[in-house]
Ligand binder design. Structure first.
Ligand code: DON
Length: 346
């Protein structure tokens, strides 16, 4: 009698499995399970927008002359979920230059083509604690530092496998477009303004070449790098690009696998340690999220495996990071309790 009432271990396992599959089946049938925080997405985006809308702190970048012409009051905040749904407030469709926010995505392309070890060995992944355009960092480190500072990003475009400058550029542009889920184009006036004043970056490219740390002709690398920085994006585009990283490298709009899922953690690690240059420590302390910033005013932060938070506001602080974008994303991360090290109440 006893024996007949007992369920053997494999039978119990099968029963448990069957029950869990019965529960999971509708989720498979209906697509990805919504993020548990989704009910708060629009509320926190609206709150951050309202709180910082009138903040005037900081000023537009001026070392690229045309960036002074971007209306400083523009401000947009957006969350893009893993299913591609958009929660936004403010100027999230205004197109501005992506600048350094392009850098992690080209680093992803280098990893896709040649593997993460090539990125680590030929560029480096150490944070410097120095400014994005530091020449001192080049003398201190024996490589081009990391792919998120100017030197490492110029080296990254030089590593993209191509037999001509046109092919190199086409690959970089196509890759950024794949992350955004739509064709992205260069803002030619921004390109002209930056390329005609790129004396510092030209110096960096030439130094790297002289030291055997650049893998194409220096002026070609400089031109392709400057073009990638001049690509026009909206805050919404940045959100989709970040959501692609949150989604294991699959663009949530096009469903295209843009980079191998296995490289995403390595890329996010570099974004966490160097995404804000000499302000990376403060950023991680406050927001606890891998992110990337650009002097055009854009920032994208990734909640790994879940969603992306992006913002745009042209006024920058001394480190070249957008004041309102930083504050908005920090607030949202705290409100939703999504910092990677645990919820941060501040
Ligand atoms: O090379 C430069 O200086 C610019 N194209 C990009 C710098 C940048 O966006 C720094 N980020 N905050």
């Amino acid at each position: 009698m006893m024996a007949s009432n007992r369920i053997s271990f494999p039978a119990a396992l099968a029963a448990t499995l069957a029950m869990s599959m019965a529960v999971a089946a509708p989720a498979f049938a209906k697509g990805p399970v919504p993020d548990p925080a989704v009910k708060d997405f629009q509320r926190v985006v609206d709150a951050a927008y309202a709180k910082y809308k009138d903040l005037k702190e900081g000023k537009n970048a001026d070392y690229i002359p045309i960036l002074t012409e971007t209306p400083s009051d523009l401000f947009g905040v957006v969350i893009v979920a893993k299913d591609g749904k958009v929660y936004s407030a403010g100027d999230v469709d205004y197109v501005f230059s992506i600048q350094s926010v392009s850098k992690p995505f080209t680093a992803a392309l280098v990893m896709s083509e040649q593997g993460p070890e090539v990125l680590r060995e030929k560029i480096g992944v150490e944070p410097t604690g120095m400014a994005f355009n530091s020449k001192l960092a080049l003398a201190v480190y024996e490589d081009s530092v990391n792919p998120l500072v100017n030197a490492g990003a110029i080296a990254a475009v030089s590593l993209v496998q191509a037999t001509s400058e046109q092919e190199r550029w086409n690959k970089v542009q196509q890759n950024l477009s794949d992350f955004a889920g739509r064709p992205l184009t260069v803002l030619e006036k921004v390109y002209e303004s930056e390329y005609t004043t790129a004396f510092g970056n030209r110096g960096i490219a030439n130094l790297l070449y002289n030291w055997g740390r650049l893998y194409s002709e220096p002026e070609e690398a400089l031109r392709v790098y400057t073009r990638e920085c001049s690509v026009g994006v909206s805050a919404k585009d940045l959100g989709v690009m970040g959501a692609t990283l949150a989604n294991g490298g699959v663009n949530p709009l096009t469903r295209k696998q843009v980079m191998p899922a296995g490289h995403v953690p390595e890329l996010l690690a570099v974004m966490a340690t160097a995404g804000f240059y000499d302000e990376s420590g403060v950023w991680m302390f406050k927001a606890g999220l891998p992110a990337k910033t650009g002097v055009g005013g854009g920032i994208v932060a990734v909640v790994p495996g879940r969603f992306a938070i992006a913002a745009f506001s042209p006024r920058l602080n001394e480190a070249g990071n957008s004041v309102r974008s930083m504050k908005a994303i920090q607030d949202i991360a705290a409100e939703l309790g999504v910092g990677v090290f645990g919820p941060n109440p501040d």
